[in-house]
Ligand binder design. Structure first.
Ligand code: PRP
Length: 186
């Protein structure tokens, strides 16, 4: 297949923009200000849950004006077809003791809630000074466990969303906005 056809096929799955770059930027600016205002002189550790949150982490850390450190964890939800199996695996863990940090988990989306439910339990057991969850997107209609983020920048209906870190089969993470993926177009 030629280059133009590949690009055309790729782009035609992007149904419509749901949240623009400008809207994301403004929401992150406000979230960064709130996080900065919560600083009490003890270190903040932003924990990015890979892969989906890498773009959000990069932007929100630069909207924070107080000292903060960055850590990474990788979690994978396993699916059978399109249905979540309910199994969440930590495939990469943090590289440090978190007991001296105010930990803020940075996540791209809360869907069923299973990933964060498991990660929060795990990190709480390590006794951080405090633990909060900031998510870019919240899809409450899809929740299967009782989980609520401390801060959700956008609440969205049950669309299949891509972009700004979120993927479909590992593609579209580099879109600078959040879009609806077209599941109808082949
Ligand atoms: C996605 C997303 C969240 C999780 C949310 O990760 O980044 O971590 O699913 O879903 P849940 O609330 O139903 O648990 P995914 O496992 O697709 O991996 P990725 O971040 O590498 O895309």
């Amino acid at each position: 297949m030629d280059k133009e056809q590949c690009i055309k096929d790729y782009n035609k799955k992007i149904k419509r923009i749901i949240i623009s770059e400008e809207e994301i930027k403004e929401a992150i600016k406000q979230a960064g200000e709130k996080i900065s205002a919560s600083y009490d002189g003890r270190p903040i550790l932003l924990v990015s849950i890979l892969k989906g949150s890498f773009v959000f982490l990069a932007d929100i850390c630069r909207a924070i004006s107080v000292p903060c450190e960055i850590g990474f964890m990788c979690a994978k939800s396993y699916y059978e077809g399109t249905v979540s199996s309910g199994i969440v695996r930590i495939t990469m863990d943090l590289d440090r003791d978190i007991s001296k940090y105010h930990v803020i988990i940075i996540e791209d989306i809360v869907d069923t809630g299973r990933t964060l439910n498991d990660i929060v339990k795990l990190l709480k057991s390590r006794n951080p000074l405090s633990l909060k969850v900031v998510t870019l997107l919240d899809k409450p209609d899809r929740r299967l466990v009782d989980f609520k983020a401390d801060m959700a920048l956008f609440t969205i209906p049950d669309f299949f969303v891509i972009g700004y870190g979120l993927d479909c089969a590992e593609n579209y993470r580099n879109l600078p906005y959040i879009a609806e993926y077209d599941t109808e177009v082949d």
